[in-house]
Each structure stands twice: as structure tokens, then as C-alpha cells.
Design a protein around this ligand. Structure first.
Ligand code: TYD
Ligand code: MG
Length: 458
């Protein structure tokens, strides 16, 4: 009989310690260690006689199985072009963001092509059926089950489904462990069993995992290194659209996004996200400009807005929505040091319209333009787009995929682009390109109103 062992597991990072302490040495979080007892079933295996393993060459590749296209284009693209047989995909996100809705829709369309199971550990079968009715997919041949026992699931998956959705990993448990469902060791052990099964039988398993912003509950973060693909489903509460973002993919590019809109009939794909993120009736207002960005392989235009107002506080506010606040401080410091624009006693608000989160440094120039426009009280022409990275000395650095950005801008009716000065001559017949080498040149444009009028005829 294997001996039970007790150890203390950090519920935020998964580190394991023989003794309890108030602070996790792994991730420095407080009060996150929880006692877990394991009947170590692996002990038996280590006493097995070691066997010789067979080595083979890198060339011995059997023809890979074709990917399975679900039919939801945005989902397929984020997966790197469809589902890879035998792969395990983790879909993480805040509770209530729409993970179950998305995956029920994926399961429904996929089940038309290949047997597909949806296993819910959170909702009763009737709740799932009600949702299916609302999504108008009740008639699709999805094999629905509700259970939380991994052993039962694996036994049932032997019967044929090629794709299985497990909703959610926090509700699942394996019997060998004494820990509660949702604890790090249960989440890890359950995922381990599912992954082993997927690899052995070539079944694609999609695992749902909740993450909370505080990371208090054992989140799927501890699973990220185990699975093949990690997708995060994000969105701002109060906004209707949701973004599915790939953060790890062994079978495709990362940073790819899929855009969906939450409607009363479930998630609808958004084929042209730029149109969604740009406000419909844009006018020449100060502090607002358009950034031509790239998310994954896809160009995306977003509006960046800023407001600079006199502050009544001793420490003026710096509020940022959708961008990095550290980066905003840097741009403000560069503007102050290199262009002499001081906003020390004013509040600065920066907002990426529509609730999108941008992480590209290429947005620096658009942010700077928006801040300069606010400060100088000069409207940026509404047919202009911006992109470029700003260095600490105020230089504007070239960035990747300029042409794709410009093409998207042209497609949406933009006529002018402020771009980093290219190293070799570069032109585009359809658009007026304004190359900038230093942030001071942009300040010059926006401050010198008459000059702007002449350039744009405005
Ligand atoms: P859900 O998929 O249950 O979220 P998760 O599994 O990530 O916890 O989504 C729940 C939210 O989605 C809920 O607030 C209601 C909303 N919703 C719609 O707006 N339309 C719909 O058709 C459905 C099914 C859900
Ligand atoms: Mg759910």
C-alpha cells in the first residue's frame, strides 16, 4: 500500500513545499499555501524494472493527419489553421466571458463533420440544452455528458469522439489524489491524464480553464507548459466584443487573434474588426488619432484617445485603459525631455477605444500624436493613421509589416500616414506618406497649424 504524503502547494504558482509558511518562496504571494495529501501512485511505477528505449532518426515522420477545420473561421485561424488531431488546447479566461458559449458553438459545428463530445462539469445537462437552444444548435449531433470524474471521461472517450470539450478543468478530479477539485494538484493531475489520452489516441481535447485577475484560484497558468496550445478569451465587461488570443501554439503562430461579438444568439464572428474599433462618425477632435496596428497576422486599426486636463491633485493622475501605463510614462518623459512639453501638473488620460488592449510598441507614435494633439489643442486630420516605435532619445524607429498596415488603412479610406523614416526609399501611390525621424518633427507638425492646413488642405 502506497503511503500518503503531505505537502503544501501554492495555489497561485503551483510550487510544492514540505513545510507550511505564510509566503510562497516561488511567487512571493502571501497565504497561498494549502495542505494537500497524495497517495503517491507513482511510487509503484518507479520500482518497475527499467527498459531500454528505442531511438529513431528525425526523418521518421509519418504523414501528419490533416487538420480539422471547425467552420468557425476566427477560431480556426487562432488555432493555426484548424484543430490538430491529438493536440490539447487550453481556453482560459475570466468567468462569464463566454468560454462555454464559444466552445458549445465550436462543438456544434464540428460535430457535423466528426464525432464531437461536450462534457460539462459545471452545468447540468438541461442548462447546456437551454443554451444550445438559445444558440440555435440544438439539432447538431453533439454528444453531451455531465461528469467531473476524469476516469469516467477517459473510459467514455474510448468510444469514438474525435474532439472533446472539457468544461472546466477546475471541476475535474482524479481519484488517486485526495485534494479538492480546483486545487493545483487536481488541476494538474486531471490535465495530465487528459493530455496522455489525447496523445495516445489522437483525440483533440479542448480544456476550459477559469483565470481570475487576482490569480487566487488555481488557474490554468500552471497548465500552460503542459498543453500544446493556449488561447485566452478576453474582453471588457460592458463591451460586446470578445477576443480570442493565442499565447502559445506548438502548431501555429502566436499572438493571432480572433474577434467575436456577443449577441443574444451567442458569439458571432467579426470579419472586419477595424470597422468595429473605429468609432462610426469620427470628427476632427483634439486628442484622437488612429493607430494602424497588427494583431498576429492581421492588420487592425484602432482609435487612441487622450485627454490632458489641469489637475487639482498634488500628484496628477495618469489613467490608462488598454495600454501599458509604464509605456505612457516613458512617452510623456520623452515628450518632456526632447520636445519641452511639460504636463507635470495636469491629469493625463489615455484610452484605446472599443476596449481593445494593445501591446505593440508600434503604437508609441500614435500615443505621442494623440498626447501632442491634446496639449497643442490641434485636431489631427481624421484621414491620417500613425505607427512607429519611439526610442528614449526621441528617435522614431522602423517597425515590421508596414505595407500590411498601410494597405488596411487605405482600404478603410485613410489617405495620410505618419510613418518611421524608412532606411531605403519607400512609397505607396495611393497614400501620402509622411516619414518622421524624430518625435520633434511630429510636434512641429501639430504645433504649426498653418503648416498643417497647407499640407492637408484642411
Ligand atoms: P459563458 O459562456 O457561460 O461564460 P464562461 O463559460 O466563460 O463562464 O457566458 C456567459 C455570458 O454570456 C453571460 O453573461 C450571458 C452571455 N451570453 C449572451 O450574451 N448571449 C448568449 O447567447 C449566451 C449563450 C450567453
Ligand atoms: Mg462556463
Amino acid at each position: 500500500m502506497a503511503k500518503p504524503t503531505t505537502h503544501y502547494v501554492c495555489q497561485s504558482c503551483g510550487s510544492c513545499f514540505p513545510k507550511w509558511s505564510g509566503k510562497c518562496e516561488g511567487c512571493q504571494s502571501w497565504n497561498s499555501l494549502v495542505e494537500e495529501t497524495t497517495v503517491d501512485s507513482f511510487q509503484k511505477k518507479t520500482t518497475q524494472k527499467a527498459q531500454k528505449i528505442e531511438f529513431s532518426s528525425l526523418e521518421d515522420v509519418s504523414e501528419p493527419l490533416p487538420r480539422l477545420l471547425t467552420g468557425i473561421d476566427e477560431f480556426d485561424r487562432v488555432c493555426g489553421g484548424g484543430l490538430v488531431p491529438g493536440s490539447v488546447i487550453l481556453v482560459g479566461g475570466d468567468p462569464g466571458i463566454g468560454k462555454s458559449t464559444l466552445l458549445l458553438q465550436v462543438a456544434a459545428v464540428t460535430s457535423g463533420k466528426t464525432p464531437c463530445a461536450y462534457i460539462s462539469g459545471e452545468e447540468a445537462a438541461d442548462q447546456v440544452r437551454l443554451r444550445a437552444r438559445r444558440l440555435q444548435v440544438s439539432s447538431s449531433p453533439v454528444q453531451l455528458a455531465t461528469t467531473t470524474h476524469i476516469g469516467d471521461i477517459l473510459k467514455s472517450l474510448h468510444q469514438g469522439p474525435q474532439v472533446a470539450v472539457i468544461d472546466s478543468i477546475q471541476t475535474m478530479y482524479v481519484e488517486a489524489l485526495d485534494a479538492a477539485p480546483g486545487s493545483v494538484s487536481q488541476v494538474r493531475a486531471s490535465a495530465h491524464e487528459l493530455i496522455r489520452f489525447a496523445k495516445k489516441y489522437g483525440v483533440t481535447i479542448i480544456i476550459v480553464g477559469h483565470v481570475t485577475k487576482e490569480g487566487v484560484i488555481a488557474g490554468p497558468r500552471v497548465l500552460e507548459h503542459m498543453v500544446d496550445t493556449v488561447l485566452y478569451f478576453e474582453g471588457e465587461r460592458g463591451h460586446h466584443f470578445r477576443i480570442l488570443r493565442s499565447v502559445k501554439n506548438r502548431f501555429g503562430p502566436t499572438d493571432e487573434i480572433g474577434v467575436f461579438e456577443m449577441t443574444d444568439k451567442g458569439l458571432q464572428e467579426v470579419a472586419n474588426p477595424s470597422a468595429l474599433f473605429l468609432s462610426q462618425s469620427r470628427e476632427d477632435v483634439t486628442g484622437s488619432c488612429v493607430f494602424a496596428g497588427i494583431e498576429g497576422t492581421r492588420p487592425l486599426l484602432v482609435e487612441i484617445q487622450s485627454l490632458i486636463a489641469p489637475s487639482s491633485l498634488a500628484t496628477p493622475r495618469r489613467a490608462v485603459v488598454g495600454w501599458d501605463s509604464g509605456r505612457l510614462s516613458m512617452i510623456l518623459a520623452v515628450l518632456e525631455a526632447r520636445c519641452g512639453l511639460v504636463c507635470g501638473n495636469r491629469d493625463v488620460f489615455l484610452n484605446v477605444a472599443g476596449g481593445l488592449r494593445i501591446s505593440e510598441p508600434a503604437a508609441d507614435l500614435a500615443v505621442a500624436a494623440s498626447l501632442l494633439s491634446s496639449l497643442a489643442d490641434t485636431a489631427i486630420p481624421k484621414d491620417a493613421v500613425f505607427f512607429g516605435e519611439i526610442g528614449l532619445s526621441g528617435e522614431i524607429r522602423p517597425i515590421s509589416q508596414q505595407e500590411a498596415r498601410l494597405k488596411e488603412a487605405f482600404k478603410l479610406g485613410f489617405k495620410t500616414a505618419f510613418i518611421p523614416k524608412p532606411s531605403k526609399p519607400f512609397s505607396m501611390a495611393e497614400m501620402t506618406l509622411i516619414p518622421l525621424a524624430h518625435i520633434g518633427e511630429l510636434a512641429h507638425y501639430l504645433e504649426a497649424k498653418p503648416k498643417m492646413r497647407r499640407v492637408y488642405g484642411g
